[in-house]
Design a protein around this ligand. Structure first.
Ligand SMILES: [Zn+2]
Length: 386
């Protein structure tokens, strides 16, 4: 698959954030050259394999210096410039903590080998995090892979085990992240005063990237100029079409616009045959379910499908399948999937800010870091997650 199809600066669609320069300039990811764009492409392939999603959506950012890096070939530099011009790559004077700003605002996962030790105070959800970071590595077969990593806890946090556990609890669970701080910015459309700005341009391409926030200012990440508020942005939730456990397609549900999904739902609806050519689709009704989104919660309704709908709920003791009765509107929670057929499901994106009200539930869940007990005290910074 073309790597361009995996790049997005759409804040409602992105699921991972990657600092391209870091990857391209990492010799440990293979190849002879000091900088090699193939490392980034290899990482996208790895992410697609890891997520079982050939079109996994990545928010890619880079330092501006990469676009003129003489260690890349002219073709590679040209390709980066094309991505930037097409609004597929965010270019900043310095990427520094931008990757964390994105992770914080969008609740996307970070693919990086960096420990981000300098940013643990600013982003208290980092130390001890078990589900927000992936590490790229070079496999013995010479192919790049990714694996989940547990973030280290800085020594100054380890004053005493008791206090540390409290901090971990606070950092890892209670103060996971604060989408509310970013909600105001994400709920508006923004325009950059710089003519032809690929991130926040005018006309038919409204800005879907994440503006930078500096105190009370809202800035273009590339040009550093104050962005102009261009009105409310419709909120959208992403839903994936999953067949036999593999993501086959994705679509958006816009707030306050109910969306019919099925075999042939007609004008404006989502026809599953666009992604899935399989007999499973034949058992799906023309309009099987209607999804609606109110800006924070996604709902599903099966009015009269022939073969019915179930909701798969992820439970610690194992998945639970709940039949959805005709005419009942179901409030989908994080991890819930809409089962249209044994092999065919609709899975709302795991993006947390879509399900903001679930935060309280997550906070009351048993904290994962505490469960690790004393081992957390002996954390070393190198190789901790290997
Ligand atoms: Zn701009």
């Amino acid at each position: 698959m073309q790597c361009e199809s995996r790049l997005t600066l759409d804040t409602s669609a992105a699921e991972y954030v990657i600092d391209v320069a870091n990857v391209v300039r990492e010799p440990a990811l293979g190849g002879e050259r000091a900088a090699d764009l193939a490392r980034f492409e290899g990482l996208l392939d790895a992410l697609a394999a890891f997520t079982r999603d050939p079109s996994v959506q990545v928010y890619a950012i880079t330092d501006r210096s990469l676009l003129t890096d003489g260690r890349l070939t002219p073709q590679e530099r040209e390709r980066l410039r094309e991505w930037y011009a097409a609004g597929l790559l965010e270019v900043l004077p310095r990427a520094d903590d931008r990757i964390l700003e994105l992770a914080d605002a969008l609740a996307v996962r970070v693919v990086s080998a960096d420990n981000f030790l300098d940013f643990h105070r600013a982003y208290p959800w980092i130390p001890g995090s078990r589900d927000r970071f992936l590490r790229p590595f070079l496999g013995e077969d010479g192919v790049i892979g990714v694996r989940p990593r547990i973030m280290p806890v800085p020594p100054e946090w380890q004053v005493s085990r008791k206090e540390e556990e409290g901090l971990l609890l606070e950092a890892g669970v209670l103060r996971r992240w604060a989408p509310t701080a970013h909600r105001a910015v994400l709920s508006r459309e923004w325009r950059c005063p710089e003519p032809g700005c690929p991130l926040f341009g005018a006309g038919d391409r409204p800005g879907t990237a994440l503006p930078r926030r500096r105190k009370d200012r809202v800035l273009c990440p590339t040009h550093g100029l104050d962005l102009v508020d261009a009105g409310p942005r419709p909120r959208r939730a992403q839903v994936k079409v999953v067949m036999d456990g593999t993501v086959r397609g994705r679509f958006m549900v816009t707030a306050d616009v109910p969306l019919a999904v099925g075999r042939a739902p007609g004008e404006g609806g989502v026809a599953l045959g666009a992604w899935v050519e399989d007999r499973a689709v034949e058992s799906v009704s023309r309009t099987h379910v209607v999804l609606s989104y109110d800006g924070s919660v996604l709902w599903v309704l099966d009015e009269r499908s022939a073969n019915g709908t179930r909701v798969r709920r992820v439970r610690p003791a194992g998945d639970e399948l709940v039949p959805l009765h005709h005419g009942v509107v179901w409030h989908l929670r994080t991890g819930d999937a809409v089962v249209l057929h044994d092999r065919l499901e609709l899975l709302p994106s795991g993006r947390r800010f879509v399900f903001e009200e679930d935060g309280a539930e997550a906070a009351s869940a048993p904290p994962a870091p505490a469960a690790a007990g004393p081992t957390m005290v002996d954390v070393r910074f190198d190789g901790f997650d290997d």
